[in-house]
Design a protein around this ligand. Structure first.
Ligand code: C5P
Ligand code: C5P
Ligand code: ZN
Length: 478
């Protein structure tokens, strides 16, 4: 195949090697992470394996550690494909490989641990940023492309239709948080657009354009706070009623997708004017418009049509022990699995809003370089990181320093999640190092990305952990 067929040429030879190894396998155990990126990674890998005629079974883990890697080895597969994790646990995985337990194939984007393995596809190994340029789903997509290239035949010969899921994974990992997808991600978007499964368009950058009634859309859009609209139902309604656009049809509120392009422009410019008049600064107003990724093969007005809504739907399954539901949706189930996912989404939304409220009510504690809160068993450990990220910038939670969140995992262990901002990373902060080193210093382990990372530590080690993390952040931020 010609090189122009490789969306990310730097990673092609790694992807080819991984694909060739999988094609030699008799059967493969596919193991992935339990978040939106992990589920889309698994969806892409599962479709590609199936299309290539490779027998496989899929499994999910909250995180990889010695115990889960041992359990994976127990299952007796000769080849294990890890997606959206694996790089950070390479030492433990390589040890299993040396022992002859299985041959690992890894498609990941997390900071790699200090060990070598042959079939390892990770953007960071080729100088591509794993936090902002390629997600686990993106790495899995590159692998899927090579699997197709190495095994021609089949219906979708090039697997480019899977670019839509790759974009959902990247958006779910917040890789479009500065407005649009860039770098390797942009190359994948281009593939999806060419394949006719994706549309990229400039649009209002608020969550819920497909499914939320207009007043809710504006009221809940808290990324940019607009006085008189954000968190203000009556304000949002009176703003909409004051426009020359009919925002209702047969007595019910329309959604953003129900408006014509002209009407959307009218509402958007009125919103900008309203924000300017209320003193919202220009750099914030810029963030009101961004790039939307539309999955063109999905029905209009559903969670699946918008990459951002789709990713939340997936988080609502896997983070509540229902990865099977999310995977089925990724694989095309638009019946029972989708219905169940939508139900789970209602529960997830309620948990997120209660969690954010909990943080607002209880506040954070500031150290010199960090701020932290300990939710105990008030917030589920699988979503405490999402809540920590969402709470940055709300009342009492600053964006000037990283946030560290604790939640009870079980009676012996505490989960830690941390989130930063682009400017803090620009100043030298790397949370994957902070979490990893501080956790290991207290007998735990952790890792992740510069801007978002996590750890598991023994219960009772919170104070010592914070002390280490604060010192490490101080060193990095100079
Ligand atoms: O394990 P994984 O890489 O999939 O998780 C990434 C996590 O990092 C997500 O929860 C995502 O929300 C967070 N993140 C973030 N801001 C970024 C990049 C990632 O909060 N800019
Ligand atoms: O769990 P949370 O959303 O906080 O995870 C943030 C990032 O840190 C994710 O990319 C996750 O895979 C990573 N992480 C890790 N090791 C842990 C916990 C989280 O690498 N023990
Ligand atoms: Zn990921």
């Amino acid at each position: 195949m010609a090189t122009q067929d490789a969306p990310v040429p730097e990673l092609r030879s790694r992807a080819t090697a991984c694909a060739e190894r999988l094609l030699e396998a008799e059967r493969v155990l596919l193991v992935s992470h339990i978040d939106a990126d992990g589920l889309t990674s698994a969806g892409i890998a599962a479709s590609a394996l199936e299309r290539a005629g490779i027998a496989f079974e899929a499994a999910f883990e909250k995180q990889l550690d010695e115990a889960s890697i041992a359990a994976i080895a127990e299952r007796g597969y000769g080849t294990v494909l890890f997606t959206d994790f694996g790089s950070g646990q390479l030492e433990a995985i390589a040890e299993r490989e040396r022992a002859g337990d299985f041959v690992p194939v890894i498609a990941d984007h997390h900071q790699p641990a200090d060990a070598e393995t042959e079939y390892h596809l990770n953007p960071l190994l080729e100088g591509i940023d794993g936090a902002s340029s390629l997600s686990g789903a993106g790495a899995s997509y590159l692998l899927a492309r090579e699997l197709a290239a190495e095994s021609p035949g089949g219906k979708r010969r090039d697997n480019r239709d899977l670019a839509a899921l790759a974009v959902v994974g990247a958006v779910g990992d917040m890789q479009a948080s500065d407005g649009k997808l860039r770098g390797a991600n942009a190359a994948i978007v281009a593939d999806g657009v060419e394949a006719g499964v994706l549309e990229e368009k400039k649009d209002l950058a608020v969550y819920g354009k497909q499914t939320r009634p207009l007043p809710k859309l504006l009221e809940y859009a808290s990324d940019v706070r607009i006085p008189g609209i954000t968190n203000d139902e009556r304000g949002a309604v009176s703003f909409l009623d004051g426009l020359e656009v009919s925002c209702r049809a047969e007595g019910a509120w329309k959604r953003w997708v129900d408006l014509t392009d002209d009407e959307k422009r009218t509402v958007a410019s009125a919103l900008v004017r309203h924000a300017v008049n209320r003193g919202v600064p220009a750099f914030e107003i810029d963030r009101l418009v961004g790039t939307s990724y539309v999955l063109t093969e999905e029905a209009v007005g559903t969670e699946l049509r918008d990459a951002s809504e789709f990713s939340t739907l997936l988080n609502a399954t896997a983070r509540y022990e229902r990865a099977d539901v999310g995977l089925a949706v990724c694989l095309g189930d638009r019946g029972a699995a989708l219905d169940r996912a939508v139900e789970l989404l209602r529960n997830h939304r309620r948990n997120l809003s209660e969690g954010i409220e909990w943080v607002e009510d209880n506040g954070v504690t500031e150290t010199e370089h960090l701020q932290w809160f300990d939710a105990g068993d008030e917030i589920k450990e699988t979503i405490v990181g999402i809540i920590a990220g969402m709470s940055m910038g709300t009342d009492g939670v600053s964006r000037d320093r990283p946030i560290v969140a604790f939640a009870e995992k079980n009676d012996k262990e505490t989960k830690v999640s941390s989130r930063a901002t682009g400017p803090l990373v620009g100043d030298g902060l790397d949370l994957s190092v902070v979490m990893g080193e501080a956790a290991r210093a207290v007998g735990g382990d952790g890792g992740g990305h510069d801007i978002a990372a996590g750890a598991t530590i023994p219960s009772g080690k919170r104070a010592a952990f914070i002390e280490h993390a604060d010192r490490l952040a101080a060193e990095q931020l100079g």
